[in-house]
Design a protein around this ligand. Structure first.
Ligand code: UD1
Length: 418
């Protein structure tokens, strides 16, 4: 079992080159199933979730070659339509493969994704849309079996703009005979990246990034090459760390437009953030003030994935900040650990009230999920003394060597194996 050891506090200074976004590359990797050919994915981060996805692709019969953040995936030899239960459990977002496998093989079998660290992870919106598109679905003994003769393109309305459901519909209807239109689609930038990827292999999709997406079915797809968009949540993690510790950093290859809801809030609280070409310059010279209520929402609202990391910042600000978590019911597990470090936080259901304290002290804490773990890293970087974080496999799901990246910024952080 590995742990992260942090000796804080240190001001952060230096440059970080952002790598490709986890939430963009995972659906893109599912999309490689569709073309039955060669896919070159550049800026593909070396994350635990990406390596779990390679295993799924290899299990389905694809060949995968990965080095220097370039993945070459050939899906010509796909010979299976099932994702094994152990692989489904390793990465619950593998539900995103369902649409792609059905589209390629006309059938698919996966185990039910069940709950995860963030609470129940329903897939009713995915399955309802699939049924409308003509897929026959049978659910029994924890497995979902799907088959279809011919996709029936049509207009679909999502009752909630689910990211995964929007992506799954795009994947399922890319190769079809007619037009599928999604209304109330999720608008996340990662969906635009998936649209760009699919179009680069010959799909005809427009509207991603807005609430109406049109997928005009095509007969076949071809080989492709694509560079994955930078990770806005990883970028936000460095921004929050600088807000918590003070300092001055440059995020290279960052797009501030993808992070407006976070930047507007942190600017009001006292940081400086300026886009200059492809660089985003962040500086923080004083203790921040509290923010107005922060409510997580679908994009372009405040992202649930940035809730925990922002809470670490406001745990140390002047005044009181209220967080409302609207997206996932079990996403305050980091609170208990922040309290161990001296934070003053009370939780009632989906609401957390944070009274900022001037100093926090290092402690032994436990990462219970990916972004909650990143929040503990940020709190540890800003706290006085030694913080020891265990269960860091959660953090490795979405951050490439988080300790070496923060070391580059002058933090005293390292990994030990026990
Ligand atoms: C994606 C992101 C995740 C992020 C989330 C919300 C990936 C790989 N993961 O997850 O990091 O936190 O978006 O921005 O991109 N829901 C249903 N029924 C469904 C589907 C979803 O009720 O069929 C609910 C979920 O329980 C949740 C909300 O809708 O409350 C949002 O889920 P969704 O947008 O689907 O998130 P994911 O695609 O799973």
């Amino acid at each position: 079992m590995s742990k992260l050891i942090i000796n804080g506090p240190k001001k952060l200074e230096g440059e970080i080159d952002l790598y490709g976004a986890k939430n963009a590359v995972l659906p893109i990797m599912a999309a490689t199933v569709l073309n039955g050919g060669k896919n070159v994915i550049k800026n593909c981060p070396s994350l635990a979730d990406v390596h779990s996805t390679f295993k799924i692709l290899e299990d389905l019969g694809c060949t995968v070659d990965y080095k220097n953040r370039i993945a070459i995936i050939d899906s010509y030899g796909i010979n299976d339509f099932c994702i094994k239960e152990n692989l489904m459990r390793e990465m619950r977002s593998s539900i995103i493969f369902l649409g792609a496998i059905i589209a390629r093989c006309r059938k698919a079998v996966i185990s039910y994704p069940g709950g995860c660290e963030l609470g129940p992870r329903p897939i009713d919106l995915h399955l309802k849309a699939f049924k409308q598109l003509g897929v026959e679905i049978e659910e029994s003994h924890g497995y979902i079996s799907c088959k279809v003769d011919k996709i029936k393109p049509q207009n679909l309305h999502l009752f909630f703009p689910s990211v995964g459901a929007t992506e799954n519909i795009m994947l399922l209807s890319t190769i079809s005979d007619g037009e599928t239109i999604i209304t109330n689609a999720a608008k996340e930038p990662e969906i635009v990246d998936l649209q760009n990827y699919l179009n680069s292999m010959g799909a005809k999709i427009t509207g991603a990034g807005s609430e109406i997406i049109s997928i005009k079915g095509v007969k076949e797809l071809h080989d492709t090459e694509h560079s994955v968009m930078p990770d806005r949540i990883v970028a936000s993690t460095y921004i929050c760390a600088t807000a918590c510790c003070g300092g001055e950093i440059v995020l290279k290859n960052a797009n501030s437009l993808h992070m407006q809801s976070i930047l507007v809030l942190l600017r009001e609280a006292g940081i400086n953030a300026e886009q200059s070409g492809k660089n985003l310059n962040i500086s923080c010279k004083k203790r921040l003030t509290s923010a107005s209520a922060i409510k997580t929402m679908p994009y372009p609202g405040f992202p649930t994935d940035a809730q925990a990391i922002t809470m670490s910042v406001f745990s140390k600000s002047i005044g009181t900040t209220v967080f409302v978590e609207n997206m996932f019911e079990n996403r305050f597990k980091h609170v208990e650990e922040l309290i161990r470090m001296g934070a003053d936080i009370t939780v009632d259901g989906r609401v957390a009230v944070i009274k900022g304290v001037k100093n926090q002290l290092g402690a032994s804490v436990n990462a219970s999920d990916l972004r909650g773990g990143a929040a503990l890293v940020i709190a540890g970087l800003g706290a006085l003394g030694i913080t020891e974080i265990s269960n860091i496999h959660h953090i490795d799901r979405g951050y490439e060597n988080i300790e070496s990246e923060f070391s580059k910024l002058g933090a005293d952080i390292y990994r030990i194996s026990e």
